[in-house]
Design a protein around this ligand. Structure first.
Ligand SMILES: Nc1ncnc2c1ncn2[C@@H]1O[C@H](COP(=O)(O)OP(=O)(O)OP(=O)(O)O)[C@@H](O)[C@H]1O
Ligand SMILES: [Mg+2]
Length: 273
């Protein structure tokens, strides 16, 4: 790995976010290096979405600081922050597709509306098609979201998140509400994107299987299949657990599976049963 691989893509230092009387994040410290995968778990309401939105700069912390690609996000001018945001992509938990727009328009949206994204007009459609083909939905350009299944909409969300070819991708609960087969299709796409573009990946999820997959499987471009990597080495996947806004665990899959903490150990139960 070059020194590039060791740079910090995202750092949270003592980040606290409060809403009225709720402390959504409390003194969170987190460092994500380029090329790493971070899997964030935690009960409903523990702060996963708030963490991702704070990382993206959509929520400003009440205390602490957020560093994006080595720069203090709180000290940047709007223009500079937009430039950093253009290097990030997000799949929102709710999907966030615009119902009144076609799939083509939805996926084109970041290319046309993110000020710092430079994309020549004649490049927009090829890029949209490429992103949709990546998620195997190249045939849906003219449709609107309501004509697609929930799993397909999630895939469109992924196409929209990756269309700007970001270095850092945030996925908020990408498998929530999906059947196991569709959930695995979504996770395979996330692993494929990570592999092909060496994307730094932050995944918030309810399912331990999702993190397990990213820690143990890589996409093989030659076969187009996921393949197990012996004991997960080389995939650089870390697990984080949030409990009521506090980061209560950070470590490898093995450390997570060996944890005796009552709350933390709940998040590996899905596989132990
Ligand atoms: N805009 C907001 N205004 C007020 N409170 C909020 C807001 N956004 C989040 N919260 C609160 O912050 C806490 C963390 O919410 P968050 O959405 O991050 O949880 P989560 O871990 O993503 O949950 P889930 O697993 O259900 O997606 C919750 O108590 C929530 O009610
Ligand atoms: Mg959430």
């Amino acid at each position: 790995m070059s020194s590039q691989g060791q740079r910090v893509a995202l750092r949270l230092e003592g980040v606290t976010v409060e809403f009225d009387d709720t402390v959504a994040l409390e003194n969170v410290n987190l460092e994500v290096r380029q090329g790493e995968t971070c899997v964030i778990q935690g009960a409903a309401g523990s702060g996963k979405t708030v963490l991702l939105k704070t990382a993206l700069g959509l929520i400003r912390p009440d205390a602490g600081r957020v560093e994006l690609f080595g720069l203090d996000a709180g000290k940047l001018r709007r223009r500079e922050l937009e430039e950093l945001r253009a290097r990030m992509g997000i799949l929102f938990q709710e999907g966030g597709l615009f119902d009144s727009m076609t799939i083509e328009e939805n996926v084109a949206y970041p290319l046309l509306n993110q000020k710092s994204v430079k994309c020549a007009p004649e490049e927009v459609l090829p890029r949209v098609k490429e992103a949709l083909e990546f998620v195997e939905l190249g045939h849906t350009l003219e449709k609107v979201p309501s004509e697609l299944s929930g799993g397909m909409r999630r895939r469109v969300g992924i196409a929209r998140a990756i269309v700007t070819q970001p270095e850092l991708l945030l996925y908020d609960s990408p498998t929530a509400g999906l059947d196991p087969i569709t959930a695995n299709t979504i996770m395979a796409l996330i692993a494929k994107e990570r592999e092909i573009r060496q994307t730094t990946t932050l995944l918030a999820t309810h399912r331990y299987q999702d993190g397990y997959l990213l820690a143990n499987y890589r996409y093989n471009g030659a076969t187009g299949q996921l393949e197990a990597v012996s004991n997960g080495t080389g995939l650089r996947t870390r697990f984080l657990i949030l409990d009521r806004g506090r980061l209560v665990f950070e470590g490898s899959q093995r450390e997570l599976e060996e944890s005796r903490d009552e709350y933390v150990s709940k998040f590996t139960k899905a596989l132990k049963q």
